[in-house]
Design a binder for this molecule. Structure first.
Ligand code: C2E
Ligand code: CA
Ligand code: CA
Length: 683
């Protein structure tokens, strides 16, 4: 470039740019000064010539003299001048040389940077302020560059998440990922980056340096245009605890807290999955429904805590015989279900049931005791083409019910006949409910004969169902079902009321003989109700009869379900003035000492023994023993089911006080019974 032209450029620059160019000699004295900045300060070059350069500057800043010294020794450098004429400069120092190359002085070109520095200081101050805010808070803050490089990580972020200044986040696996949509946070970030001031929310997990995850909620704000920050700010919150609580809630919605097993809802979901897979693979799915027989007894006798222990041990036992892919769930108190996929329909389901059954029949040790459980198992098998979760479960339930019916502690495989029966039972259940409302129930009365006098001493009230389609149904066809449905309480109350009113009508119409009583059967479910004595009292009072005209029959097995409560209830009943009688005696296992404590009046010798009384030695021996026992305890002995003359003769011989049976009279309708009582026959 041409020398002259260069001078011109220098001149223009010096005249207009906010600079001052000062040359000094070897002693540091100004030899010339020019530049637009001088004019700005109202000075001329001449003002400065002859002055020591350092006197122009604030001498408290040793940098200036050091810089000048270095220039005078041949160095070219840039250094700030903190104050010169009250302004701040950035100065370029260079040595001046003679044509021979000797240093003759130096030139200092100083640029006014006062405004820029002020702005920088403000930024720094604001940044310091901002830092102070985030530095001391437990908030996790990141300032990212537009390329997602960490420019700043608050201490909390470093501590908790391990992010550090300089980390490149774009494409990093540690960055916030949403488990449902791993790319979601990046898309949010990129969208926010587009527009200054934009904000976005993200949620997900950050992988920690130890490999575990931390749940995070974050707000991203684009502050790239904000001079104090100039970045994308990510404010994060650790939501691990909230997430854990949410998960806990979710877990609880689908699991049984006691055993940690899936509950019904989750089980149905899994079963649906298994069925879908089996449909694709052409295999079968087996569902096992396990019900612990008489689990209530364990809870009642050992307490609920021990009961819980048993259930946990039970769970472990089941798990021990299952394959890893089999799914176990707990439905209710003592109901468990298992799904096995990919089974061979012909053999496997029963083998698995057998294995479960065997494993569960070994004793469980609870509080240093050995507890034996028996389990009834219902099995249903289906494949994707013919099974749906709900109906499979219903089928397994039906099979389980059958297992219970057939004596518990066994397993049954569902078959189509069961489905028909199940439907029939459902229909019957429905109809039975209606039967009570529609007054389809009837009470028949079977005479009980006093064997000493031969006269009618009473009658047993026996319920029947006048079914609109099936005709008159005996109690065996609906009482067990009513007991299961809980409907027996209502039916029992109704029969008792009918009996009380019948006594009243007979009393009015015929005048009943002294000692005559109507026997009414009570089910175990009625006996366990604390309200029973009140109900009996109400029935008697509303019919305004002598309570002595009613005898309540309770089977020996019903008494043994909860012996202590039974004694208390019987005492309350007895206090009302009614008589009490133990039904089907000889079939249960009551002890003599227990019987002694019962406030009863009579025992009914079960008809099983009466049936063989004239032919079977053993039956006769038992009947004899029952009569002897009754008499020892001061109770009457009544023989039921007397069908023949020979049987009648035998029960007389054994000393029975009363007898009941077809040989004497079958159960009679109200009208027939009234007619019989009017005739007052003797046997
Ligand atoms: P149960 O209490 O043992 O009643 C006697 C049953 O023996 C009656 O059957 C009666 O008809 C039958 N029976 C009478 N004499 C003879 C005989 O010579 N030979 C034979 N083989 N059977 C005879 P039913 O009426 O069918 O009642 C059956 C069971 O139903 C009753 O047995 C009782 O346990 C129950 N039951 C009947 N009515 C009621 C009721 O109102 N409430 C409750 N809880 N149970 C009832
Ligand atoms: Ca009875
Ligand atoms: Ca009986």
């Amino acid at each position: 470039m041409h020398g002259r032209g260069n001078d011109d450029v220098q001149k223009v620059a010096l005249e207009h740019a906010p600079v001052v160019a000062v040359s000094v000699d070897l002693t540091g004295t100004c030899t010339s000064a020019e530049g637009a900045a001088l004019e700005l300060l109202g000075r001329t070059g001449g003002d400065l010539v002859g002055c020591p350069f350092l006197s122009l500057c604030d001498v408290r800043h040793p940098d200036v003299s050091a810089a000048l010294r270095r220039a005078l020794t041949g160095e070219t450098l840039t250094a700030p001048i903190d104050e010169m004429f009250g302004l701040e400069f950035e100065a370029w120092y260079a040595p001046l040389r003679s044509p021979k190359g000797d240093i003759t002085g130096a030139i200092v070109v100083a640029t006014d940077v006062t405004a820029r520095r002020a702005a920088e200081r403000e930024v720094a101050q604001r940044e310091a302020h901002f830092r102070a805010l985030v530095q001391h808070s437990s908030d996790m803050t990141l300032v990212l560059t537009a390329d997602a490089e960490v420019r700043y990580a608050s201490p909390a972020t470093e501590r908790r998440l391990g992010f550090r200044t300089g980390d490149a986040l774009l494409g990093a696996s540690r960055w916030l990922v949403d488990s449902d949509d791993p790319g979601a946070s990046w898309r949010t970030f990129l969208a926010v980056r587009e527009t200054p001031g934009a904000m976005g929310r993200m949620e997900g997990r950050v992988r920690l340096t130890d490999g575990s995850w931390c749940a995070i909620e974050a707000m991203v704000t684009n502050l790239l245009d904000e001079p104090a920050i100039g970045g994308i700010v990510v404010n994060m919150r650790d939501i691990s605890e909230r997430k854990a609580a949410e998960q806990q809630l979710m877990w609880r919605a689908f699991h049984d807290p006691l055993t940690g097993l899936p509950n019904r809802a989750l089980f149905l979901d899994r079963l649906a999955g298994a069925l879908a897979r089996s449909g694709r693979r052409g295999t079968s799915v087996a569902v096992f429904l396990l019900d612990v027989d008489r689990f209530k007894v364990i809870n009642d006798s050992l307490g609920h805590e021990a009961g819980d222990d048993v259930l946990r041990a039970f769970t472990r036992r089941i798990v021990s015989v299952l394959r890893p892919d089999d799914a176990l769930a707990r439905f209710g108190d003592d109901e468990f279900t298992v799904v096995c996929e990919g089974v061979d329909v012909h053999r496997e389901p029963m083998t698995i049931a057998e294995r479960l059954s065997t494993a569960l029949s070994a004793p469980f040790s609870v509080e240093n005791r050995e507890v034996y459980l028996s389990t009834s198992i219902g099995v249903a098998v289906a494949d994707g083409s013919n099974g749906d979760p709900e109906s499979m479960l219903r089928d397994a339930d039906e099979a389980m019910y059958r297992a219970k019916e057939r004596g518990r502690n066994r397993f049954e495989l569902f078959d189509v006949a069961m489905r028909d029966r199940a439907i029939e039972r459902m229909e019957t259940e429905h109809a039975l409910h209606r039967a009570v409302e529609l007054r389809q129930l009837r009470v028949h009365y079977q005479p009980i004969v006093d064997l000493t006098s031969g006269a009618v001493a009473g009658a047993e009230a026996l319920v029947r169902w006048q079914h609109p389609a099936l005709g008159l149904l005996p109690p065996d066809r609906f009482i067990p079902l009513a007991e299961e449905m809980g409907l027996i309480v209502e039916i029992g109350e109704w029969v008792l009321q009918q009996a009380c009113w019948q006594v009243r009508r007979w009393e009015h119409a015929l005048g009943l003989p002294p000692g005559f009583a109507v026997n009414v059967n009570l089910s175990a479910a009625q006996l366990s109700r604390p309200r029973l004595p009140k109900g009996v009292q109400a029935a008697i009072e509303s019919a305004r009869i002598d309570p002595g005209r009613i005898t309540l029959e309770i089977t020996e097995s019903a008494l043994m379900e909860d012996p202590e409560t039974a004694i208390a209830t019987l005492r309350d009943l007895k206090a009302l003035g009614v008589s009490l009688c133990v039904d089907d005696f000889g079939t249960g296992y009551s002890s003599l000492s227990y019987l002694k404590r019962l406030p009863i009046d009579a025992l009914k010798v079960d008809r099983a023994f009466v049936a063989g009384i004239d032919v079977d030695q053993e039956d006769r021996a038992i009947a004899e023993a029952v009569v002897a026992l009754a008499h020892t305890l001061g109770l009457a002995a009544i023989a039921e089911g007397v069908e023949t003359d020979a049987q009648l003769e035998q029960v007389r011989k054994l000393g029975c006080d009363g007898a009941q049976g077809f040989q004497l009279s079958g159960p009679l309708s109200c009208a027939e019974a009234t007619e019989l009582l009017r005739r007052r026959p003797t046997w």
